[in-house]
Design a protein around this ligand. Structure first.
Ligand code: FE
Length: 226
């Protein structure tokens, strides 16, 4: 045996020569034990340092990616909050004058989900809105313009998954349009002041009107009260 193996301080195998090979048998010059050991340790240490630097770089990259993602999320949340808190100059619960405001302008004033339903005739998922099963006393207004629409007394429990009312506060609180979209023939209900889409009306409501105003919670603004 010309070589023995043992673990060095870095946890790796280091090659060392037995001590008696420091001599020069057969006239061949051998590298001394100290030089071999030193070289092996330098290589091992270099690899160890390179591995450590690589790990640190990978960890830093991961942290940087997470930080960037967090920053992006915060920016997006701030943008949404900013959208939702932007003052709407057309909102009034007492002004009954009709509004003629372009969708381009409404888009700047309304949260994205409200804009989609109110101005693009969208529909929220059944059983997903915040008012479909509430029975708290109060008034429901158009969330876009503040127009009073329904009293809680006209609300009834419906299994359809959307807030349902059998009558509006005033006959002209809303207006009606024929809607033949999505392969159905329905009557669309729009706000009488700002013409925002609110939902549809059906003939399967309770007495005394036997009508069912099937509304989207997202376009209703509720104020608790008697
Ligand atoms: Fe309105």
């Amino acid at each position: 045996m010309f070589m023995n193996r043992r673990l060095c301080q870095h946890g790796n195998d280091c090659l060392i020569f037995p001590g008696n090979l420091q001599s020069k048998p057969f006239g061949i010059s051998y590298i001394s034990i100290n030089e071999v050991d030193k070289t092996a340790h330098i290589i091992t240490l270099t690899l160890y340092i390179m591995r450590t630097i690589l790990k640190m770089m990978m960890a830093a990259t991961t942290l940087l990616t997470a930080a960037c993602s967090n920053a992006q999320n915060k920016t997006e949340n701030n943008r949404k909050m900013s959208e939702q808190t932007k003052p709407n100059p057309y909102y009034s619960r007492t002004d009954t004058n009709k509004l003629t405001v372009s969708n381009e302008e409404w888009k700047k004033l309304l949260p994205a989900d409200v804009y989609r339903i109110a101005r693009l005739a969208g529909t929220e998922y059944a059983f997903s809105g915040k008012y479909w099963k509430t029975d708290v006393k109060g008034m429901y207004y158009c969330v876009v313009c503040g127009n009073p629409l329904f009293k809680s007394g006209a609300k009834f429990a419906s299994s359809c998954g959307w807030p349902s009312f059998y009558e509006t506060i005033r006959p002209n609180s809303v207006e009606y349009l024929q809607d033949d979209s999505h392969g159905m023939s329905r009557i669309e209900v729009r706000c009488g002041r700002c013409e925002s889409h609110l939902g549809h009306i059906f003939d399967d409501g309770p007495a005394p009107t036997f009508k069912r105003f099937c509304m989207n919670s997202a376009v209703l603004d509720f104020e608790p009260g008697e």
